[in-house]
Each structure stands twice: as C-alpha cells, then as structure tokens.
Design a protein around this ligand. Structure first.
Ligand code: ADP
Length: 242
C-alpha cells in the first residue's frame, strides 16, 4: 500500500468514527428533549392544575440537568489533545488526599445503598496532574462502583507504587461485567444491560472520560471483572519522585 493510500484509509476510518460519534451524541441529546416535550404536552392537555405543573417542571428540571451533564462531558471528550495541553493546570497532587476528598463527596450516595467505602492509603504518593480532571476520573470510578455495587456492599480503593508509577485499584463487590462487554465499556456511550430501568439515567460517558483523563496524564486504565462477584478498575499514573 502506498503512503497516499494508507493516509486515505486513515482519513476514512476517522470519518467513520466521527459519524458514529455524532450519531450517538445526537441520540443522547434527543432522549431528554423527547421526555421534556412529552411532559409539557401532557401538562398542556390537562390544562394544568398546580400539582401537574409542579410535576412537569420537576421532570423538565431533571432532564435539563442530565442534558447539561451530557453536554459538559461531550465538550470534554471532543477537545483535541492540542487544546488539552492548554486546558490542563498541572500541580503536584497527593493521591491519598485526592481519594479521600473524592470518596467524601460520594458518601451520601453510598449511604443510600448502605455501601461502605474503604480507602487503603499509602502516604506520600504524588503525581503531576490537573486535580480537577483527576478528581473526575476517580469520581466516575467510585460512582460506578456504587451504581453497580450491591446493597450493603463494600468498595475498596487501594493505592500503591511501582518503580515509576502510582497505581490505584477501585474494587467493588457488585454485579460485575460479562466477558463479552469488557472490551466495550470504555467506548463512548456504551452501557451494558440497557434494559435495566434503574441504570437508565447514565450517559455511558463516565468510563470514556476516565480513560481519556488517565491517558492525557500519561497513564492508563484497565479492568478485571467476574460477573456476579465484582470488578476492579486499575489506574496507573506516572509518579512524581521525591
Ligand atoms: P454509565 O453512565 O452507563 O455508568 P460508564 O461509561 O461509566 O457509563 O460505564 C459504561 C458501562 O460499563 C456501564 O453502563 C456498566 O454497564 C459498565 N460498568 C461500569 N462500571 C461498572 C462496575 N463497577 N461494575 C459493573 N459494571 C460497570
């Protein structure tokens, strides 16, 4: 294959990805809009007493929140690496502090399912990164561990170091992920078990963002899972030496 042909092939593949991405994004944005329209149509039909107006506004409010979260996530995912360099505000980040802070933010959500979050710390592990984005990475992983964890279950985040890296495991004892789904879960908009009603409010962007954040920091993310037993997501980031 000539260089020109190779380049044409790459361009075609990129174009295909872009089209798929746009189709998925359009779908994700249309769903909340359709729900809002349905609620408003119904209220208009009923000539709205104050209870149905309150219900309608509350339903619309929920959908607006989902819509703006999805738009924020989309903006993040479509920023090119060149933009990213300008976007990242690098500081020295203490991984232990970051995990404690992130877990605290999710405490009330975990309490609703009586899930305990345990943090196994190793003090003094530092990375150079944008704290805002790194927090989003771990927030997405712990939030998923709660969402797909079982009631009265446990989540363990464990941090440790290797020669040049900091490693964080986020382990839950929840529903787990099938072998068939495992290679797909980091794809944008992928959701396993779409029919399951209690998981429907999720955009399917959380892990794509987590992977993106790990990679723009020079790191990686991987997963091991056993259906019915639970999952472990492992994040590896370059370590700042003391
Ligand atoms: P979502 O918004 O659907 O949670 P994510 O990108 O965060 O999107 O996750 C993609 C899919 O991967 C989820 O829909 C779920 O099927 C699966 N998943 C993610 N984390 C876990 C977990 N800890 N346990 C089981 N399944 C998970």
């Amino acid at each position: 294959m000539t260089k020109k042909q190779k380049r044409a092939e790459i361009l075609l593949a990129q174009e295909k990805l872009k089209t798929e991405f746009l189709a998925n994004a359009t779908h994700e944005l249309r769903t909340p809009l359709a729900i809002m329209k349905g609620n408003i149509d119904l209220a208009l039909l009923e000539k709205g007493n104050s209870k149905s107006i309150t219900d309608t506004l509350s339903a619309v409010n929920t959908e607006i929140k989902i819509l703006s979260e999805t738009l924020k996530d989309l903006a993040l995912l479509t920023s090119t690496p060149k933009n990213t360099e300008n976007v990242l505000e690098l500081t020295d980040v203490d991984v232990s502090n970051l995990l404690t802070k992130t877990a605290k933010r999710l405490e009330t959500v975990a309490n609703e399912k009586n899930i305990k979050i345990k943090i196994k710390k190793e003090r003094g592990l530092m990375v150079s990164g944008d704290e805002k984005y790194l927090e989003k990475l771990f927030l997405n992983l712990i939030k998923n561990a709660i969402t797909y964890g079982k009631d009265n279950g446990n989540i363990l985040t464990k941090e440790y170091k290797d020669k040049n890296t900091v490693i964080v495991d986020v382990t839950d004892d929840g529903i787990g992920i099938s072998e068939e789904d495992l290679p797909k879960i980091f794809e944008r908009f992928f959701r396993a078990d779409r029919a399951h009603s209690s998981y429907q409010n999720h955009s399917g962007l959380g892990l794509a963002i987590a992977k993106w954040v790990a990679e723009i920091h020079g790191g990686s993310i991987k997963v091991k899972s056993t259906p019915g037993e639970g999952s472990t997501f492992t994040v590896t980031l370059p370590r700042l030496k003391d």
